[in-house]
Design a binder for this molecule. Structure first.
Ligand code: GLN
Length: 198
């Protein structure tokens, strides 16, 4: 089974570890560059993107993370994690950096202004069967994507799931629902990437 890390600086790390294990991955927390070097893929959890960004710099993991994402390591970001994967944030806090990897512009707390937290059925391209239950918590949306990024889902006219190559991002939190299909999609991406590397 592929070894998939969860960036464990802040946020809902535990829920992702459980969801990844349920999707047949070996899941482990990642805080340091040495731990990052040992995983086949990485999840960046939901939480507070400003905090995750600052701690990533502090723990010396920001640059190695950028290097690995740039080199094609599969990565999946939920909510704050989506913000971390954006090449550009519309309204960054001062000092807020991203890993990048997806040619998109995100707006932080976009849904939050209208509605702090809500659930909605979301049709996600690549996920068969019934819609995914989207849990949105002070969620970002994607203002726009570049040519290389594929929109996988929209809600209320706003982009909420995007994939570019080996990078996947959702505004919502599948790790909170017990439905592991999005995590399974990501585990499949990690399998496929390992097959091309070996
Ligand atoms: N609003 C948070 C941020 O800007 C994201 C919220 C979440 O991850 N649930 O980072």
């Amino acid at each position: 089974a592929p070894v998939i890390g969860v960036l464990a600086l802040q946020g809902d790390v535990r829920e992702h570890l459980i969801a990844l294990a349920a999707a047949d991955a070996v899941a482990r927390p990642v805080r340091r560059p040495e731990e990052l070097a040992e995983v086949d893929g990485l999840v960046i959890p939901g939480g507070e993107s400003t905090t995750i960004s600052k701690l990533a710099v502090l723990f010396g993991v920001m640059e190695p993370l950028r290097a690995r994402v740039h080199a094609g390591m599969p990565v999946y970001g939920t909510c704050a994690g989506m913000i971390m994967l954006a090449d550009k944030i519309l309204d960054p806090r001062s000092g807020q950096e991203t890993v990048g990897g997806i040619d998109m512009i995100v707006r932080r707390n976009a849904f939050g202004r209208q509605n702090e937290s809500f659930e909605a059925a979301v049709d996600v391209r690549g996920i068969d069967g019934h819609p995914v239950e989207g849990v949105f918590i002070r969620a970002p949306w994607v203002e726009s994507v570049g040519a290389g990024a594929e929109v996988l889902a929209e809600h209320g006219g706003h982009i909420v799931a995007v994939r570019q190559g080996n990078a996947l991002a959702t505004s919502f939190h599948p790790e909170l629902t017990g439905d592991h299909r999005v995590h399974s999609l990501f585990v499949d991406m990690v399998h496929a990437n390992r097959a091309t590397e070996s």
